[in-house]
Design a protein. Structure first.
Length: 488
C-alpha cells in the first residue's frame, strides 16, 4: 500500500479529454494518408503557369564561307593583250586542275563523314542553316524481362484495371447550435445534404453473386455516409459500406457490378527484402487517379502504429506514397498484390518511407468483415476506459505507481465502465480502478495490452494487475479475466 497525498481532485480530466475508449483504443499517430477535401476545392500545387522545360536554343547555323571576297569595281580595266605566253597558259591549267581536285576531295570527305540513316529513321541532326529539331520513332517497351517477370510497364498494362478510386461523402450541416440559438441554414434544410469529404484508392478483390467487393483502408471510409467507386476506364458506381476494422486499418465496400478485373493476391509471408514493387493509387485524389510509382521492399514486419494505438506489422517500401494512395495496391513483379498501401511518415526529415498492410492480414480481415461484419475470433476484456495521461494529476499518480514497482506505467487504463458480458462484471472491479499490468508486464503503453489481446482468443485467461485509490492510498491486487469475443 502506498499513501497518496494530493489535494487536487484525482479524476479531473483535461479540457481536451476524449470520450472513453473500448478496451484498447488509443489514437496516437499521424501516419495514415487518405486525401481529405473537407474545405472544398483546393488549388492544385502541381499546376503552374511557369514552364519548367527550356527548349534548346537554336544554333547559329550560317552558310559556309564561299571563299570569295568583295570585288573592287573602282580599278581601271587592265589593257587587253592579244596574245599570252605559253608559260602562263600552262600555269593557269595547273591551277584550275588543283582547284577541281581540292573541291572533289572536300565533297568526298563530307559524304564519307555524314551519318547513314536506316530505312524509316528520321534525322535528328539539324541541316545547315536550320534550327528545327525532329524526333525518332520509339521502339517497343519491354513488358517482361528475361526471367519472365513483368516490368513496371508490364504491371501497368496488365493490372491497372484492378485499381479504383474512391470518393467519400459525408452529411453536410450548415446549422450551428449555440446554447439553443442557431444560425446559418435551418436544421431541417441542412439535413440530408452530402458533400465530398475525402478521396482514396481501392482494389477489386472479389466477385460474389451480382456484387463486387472493393478492398481499401478503414481510415479512408470510416467517417463516410456514402461512397462512389471510379474504375480505371472512368465508369462510376455507387458503393455501399460492408464493414471496416480500425485495428488492422482494413475496410470493404461493395458495388453492384460483375465482370471486372479482380486482382490476384500473393502470400505476403513470401515477400523478400529488396524485391521490386509497384504502387498504384490516387495521390492527391482522383485528379491523379491510378498514378504509378516503383520502388523496393525496404523492410518486413515493420511495427507501425494504427489509429487506435495498436502496432501493425507492415511492409515498408520506398515507392512514393502520398495522400490519396491509401487503400491502393502494392504489386510484386508477378502482378500479385502483396500489400495495401496505408501510410507514410509525413515529415521533412524523412523521405521514401511508406507502409502497406500485408496481403495476408488484409485478406483475412476483409473475408471476416464480408462474412460477419466484424473480425471473428478477436478477444477483448469487455471494458471502456480512459488513459491515465488524460487526467490532470497523472504525474503524481505515475510517481506513486513507480514507487510500487510499476515504472513508467503511462499505458495505465482507468476503467470507465465494465460491460455486462465481461468476466470482470462478476468480480470486485469498480469505476476508476486502474489496470496497470497484464500477465505481470507493466503497461508502459497500451500497445502492450493490445498485443496480448491480439495473440489471444476468446476463452483465454489473462492476469490483470489492478490499482485502486482509497483514502489517499494506492493499493494493488491481481485478478484473472476470461476474455470474450470482440464484435467490432
Amino acid at each position: 500500500m502506498n499513501e497518496f497525498d494530493n489535494n487536487e481532485e484525482f479524476y479531473k480530466p483535461r479540457d481536451n479529454e476524449s470520450q472513453p475508449r473500448q478496451d484498447t483504443t488509443e489514437e496516437n499517430t499521424t501516419y495514415h494518408y487518405s486525401y481529405n477535401n473537407q474545405s472544398g476545392s483546393q488549388q492544385n500545387p502541381y499546376h503552374s503557369t511557369t514552364s519548367y522545360y527550356t527548349p534548346p536554343q537554336s544554333g547559329d547555323f550560317r552558310p559556309a564561307d564561299s571563299g570569295c571576297g568583295a570585288t573592287d569595281n573602282s580599278a581601271p580595266n587592265p589593257p587587253v593583250k592579244k596574245k599570252k605566253s605559253k608559260a602562263k597558259t600552262a600555269l593557269i591549267i595547273v591551277f584550275i586542275a588543283c582547284v577541281v581536285f581540292a573541291v572533289a576531295g572536300i565533297i568526298f570527305s563530307a559524304l564519307q563523314g555524314a551519318p547513314q540513316k536506316d530505312k524509316g529513321e528520321t534525322n535528328t541532326q539539324p541541316d545547315s542553316g536550320s534550327s528545327q529539331v525532329t524526333t525518332e520513332a520509339q521502339g517497343d517497351i519491354a513488358k517482361t524481362d528475361t526471367d519472365g517477370n513483368y516490368t513496371v510497364a508490364g504491371i501497368a498494362e496488365n493490372f491497372i484495371d484492378s485499381c479504383v478510386g474512391i470518393t467519400v461523402y459525408t452529411q453536410a450541416n450548415n446549422y450551428s447550435n449555440f446554447y439553443n440559438y442557431g444560425y446559418g441554414q435551418n436544421q431541417q434544410q441542412g439535413e440530408g445534404k452530402e458533400q465530398v469529404s475525402g478521396e482514396g484508392s481501392g482494389i477489386i478483390m472479389l466477385e460474389d453473386g451480382n456484387k463486387t467487393f472493393i478492398l481499401t483502408c478503414a481510415h479512408v471510409i470510416s467517417d463516410g455516409s456514402s461512397f462512389k467507386v471510379t474504375l480505371n476506364d472512368g465508369t462510376v458506381y455507387d458503393a455501399s459500406m460492408v464493414a471496416y476494422d480500425a485495428q488492422t486499418d482494413i475496410g470493404v465496400l461493395s458495388i453492384n457490378a460483375t465482370g471486372l478485373h479482380v486482382a490476384s493476391f500473393a502470400d505476403s509471408d513470401s515477400t523478400v527484402l529488396g524485391e521490386q514493387v509497384v504502387a498504384i493509387g490516387c495521390p492527391g485524389g482522383l485528379e491523379f487517379m491510378n498514378s504509378i510509382t516503383s520502388g523496393y521492399v525496404s523492410a518486413l514486419a515493420r511495427p507501425v502504429s494504427s489509429t487506435i494505438g495498436y502496432n501493425n506489422k507492415c511492409i515498408q517500401t520506398d515507392a512514393a506514397i502520398n495522400p490519396g494512395n491509401s487503400g491502393g495496391a502494392l504489386f510484386n513483379m508477378n502482378g500479385q498484390v502483396i500489400g495495401v498501401n496505408s501510410s507514410k511518415i509525413a515529415s521533412t526529415e524523412y523521405e521514401g518511407m511508406g507502409f502497406a498492410v500485408p496481403s495476408n492480414t488484409a485478406i483475412q480481415t476483409a473475408n471476416s468483415l464480408i462474412k460477419s461484419g466484424y473480425v471473428e475470433g478477436r478477444a477483448k476484456i469487455g471494458i471502456t476506459y480512459k488513459s491515465i495521461t488524460s487526467y490532470s494529476n497523472s504525474g503524481a499518480i505515475l510517481s506513486a505507481l513507480s514507487q510500487l514497482g510499476f515504472e513508467d506505467a503511462k499505458g495505465t487504463m482507468v476503467i470507465n465502465e465494465v460491460l455486462s458480458n465481461s468476466d470482470l462484471a462478476n468480480k470486485d472491479i469498480r469505476e476508476y480502478d486502474m489496470i496497470v499490468a497484464v500477465n505481470g508486464k507493466t503497461l508502459t503503453s497500451t500497445d502492450i495490452m493490445t498485443s496480448v489481446l491480439a495473440e489471444s482468443k476468446p476463452g483465454d485467461t489473462v492476469k490483470l494487475t489492478v490499482a485502486r485509490i482509497e483514502n489517499n492510498n494506492i493499493d494493488t491486487f491481481e485478478t484473472d479475466c476470461v476474455l470474450i469475443e470482440s464484435k467490432g
